[in-house]
Design a protein around this ligand. Structure first.
Ligand code: SF4
Length: 290
């Protein structure tokens, strides 16, 4: 973005309501780019006039009927995600359910890129679940140190390997209840393995991106991952659970970034009322979350 052109904070007064009611999001993004290049045709977002007297009241009335969970709104969000991220999959490199399980455990508080740097050598050194089960956590620690929280992660990986060997015949179970008995495996990890490897939609993966963006898009008001997952399972059709999580994770990496979302470039912009948007063509309502 050129220097001196700051994105607008969304106005809670509804002043921007007049700017681009129902403008297609791409055009809205173009409009801001034009503005950034000094093209006066695109500058109305910056020239928003003060709200006339009584406008606030009108705005409040206009938003009264707004339902963020309206089926047509949710369907439109899913449609645009499909257009944006048609073929996205899990970014963790893996060649088996076991490798995916290990990579997912290692990805906690780390990045997929970081984990993908570690796992090829790790799986070359210990090629089977039995090889991991024969280790002590202390032996594994140096190999996973760079992913952070390495002591806990080593304990989880070795503990999971031992249990898989002793209780499940060396095979990662394709069942939520059984997966949850493995050390270090909670619903997020279990959902990743079930969805991405076994293609079973038992729930929705709720990682940090899904947590943040589901709230921004008002698909949930919750902050607890388990409650968010329950809300998403209610509002998203089951056949979309696996893809939706991948799409939102990619959206969180590319556009809907935690600190400074690129709202002017976001095709979901005119459906989004997030309180921490960096640019908006829609009026905000009081319940907007960030
Ligand atoms: S408009 Fe902004 S806050 Fe909303 S989904 Fe897009 S990038 Fe995220």
């Amino acid at each position: 973005m050129p220097r001196g052109i700051m994105p607008r904070r969304p106005a809670r007064t509804g002043r921007q309501d007049r700017v681009a009611r129902a403008i297609p999001p791409v055009k809205a993004a173009e409009r801001q780019k034009n503005t950034a290049h000094g093209n006066s045709r695109g500058s109305s977002a910056r020239r928003a006039e003060p709200a006339p007297k009584g406008r606030k009241e009108t705005t409040a009335r206009a938003t009264q009927g707004y339902n963020p969970l309206a089926p047509e709104r949710v369907a439109e969000i899913l449609k645009r995600l499909d257009q944006l991220y048609p073929d996205v999959t899990c970014a963790l490199t893996h060649a088996s359910a076991w490798e995916l399980l290990v990579a997912t455990i290692l990805s906690a508080q780390s990045t997929d890129v970081n984990v993908n740097r570690v796992t090829p050598e790790l799986f070359r050194k210990y090629p089977t679940v039995e090889a991991f089960a024969a280790l002590t956590p202390e032996q594994l620690e140096p190999d996973v140190r760079s992913t952070g929280f390495f002591r806990n992660k080593s304990k989880s990986v070795v503990g999971a390997a031992k249990k898989i060997v002793s209780d499940f015949g060396g095979q990662v179970p394709d069942d939520m209840e059984k997966l949850l008995t493995l050390p270090g495996v909670a619903r997020k990890t279990a959902n990743v393995v079930l969805g991405s490897w076994f293609r079973k939609a038992e729930g929705v993966v709720v990682d940090t991106h899904v947590q943040r963006i589901s709230r921004r898009l008002e698909l949930t008001p919750e902050s607890d991952p388990q409650k968010i997952e329950q809300d998403l399972m209610r509002v998203i059709p089951r056949d979309k659970w696996i893809l939706f999580a991948h799409q939102i994770i990619w959206h969180g990496r590319k556009l809907c970034i935690a600190r400074k979302p690129k709202c002017a470039d976001c095709p979901l912009e005119n459906l989004c009322h997030a309180a921490d948007k960096t640019w908006s063509t829609v009026e905000m309502h009081k319940g907007a979350k960030g």
